[in-house]
Design a binder for this molecule. Sequence first.
Ligand code: HEM
Length: 201
Amino acid sequence: MRGRGVRRLAWWLVFLAGLAPLLWLAWALPTNRLGFEPVVDSLRFLGQTAIWLLMIGLAITPVGRLLPSLRLVDYRRMVGLYAFFYASLHVAVWLVIDRQLDWRAIVEEIAERLHIGFGALAFLLLVPLAVTSTKGWMRRLGSGWRELHRLVYPATGLAVLHYFLSVKLDTRTPLLLMGLLVVLLAARPLTWRWTSARRRR
Ligand code: HEM
């Protein structure tokens, strides 16, 4: 009973933590805390929030295997959905405010600018993952669900590439994210072997 109460509290804390960047943005924009270019600044902030949440989501499986008592897997879906939520806001700011829904210009830009093309592809890959994140879709797709959700790796890779090509000068953070993605990819089979060896023991 006590364990369930603690898990409930932890769930609410993670839920509120996911909303924090949005609340911060709503406070920072009118007070010029982000910078003096509200559109570009919010695009950057929302994009960065989305990409870090994708990384945290990817870290949950290997870290959760090493520390099973924390039951981190319980929060994976929420973190993934928050990543999609911030990525959608990022895309919406670009489409509606930056490009004013000028569809001809939007299509041209996606086709002609490599970094925008990578971002669009990353977003397209995230859409089916968000749509099929419910328990109903999990049941319907069976083992195919796991296969489909492996798309999160190419999606995150493309998002990192998009980030790398978007920044003009300081590429340290996207390079750090690239390294982190490689580590997380390698950690998956390693931690899987580690947990199966522990189970055998
Ligand atoms: C249709 C899809 C997308 C479009 C059109 C788009 C558009 C843009 C644009 C125009 C910028 C440059 C802002 C600037 O002038 O500095 C940007 C930067 C960025 N985007 Fe996207 N994006 C898309 C998808 C994504 C996705 C799916 C993610 C992450 C999951 C993402 C993360 C980022 C990040 C981290 C930056 C760099 C922020 C910085 O400069 O610090 N984008 N995006």
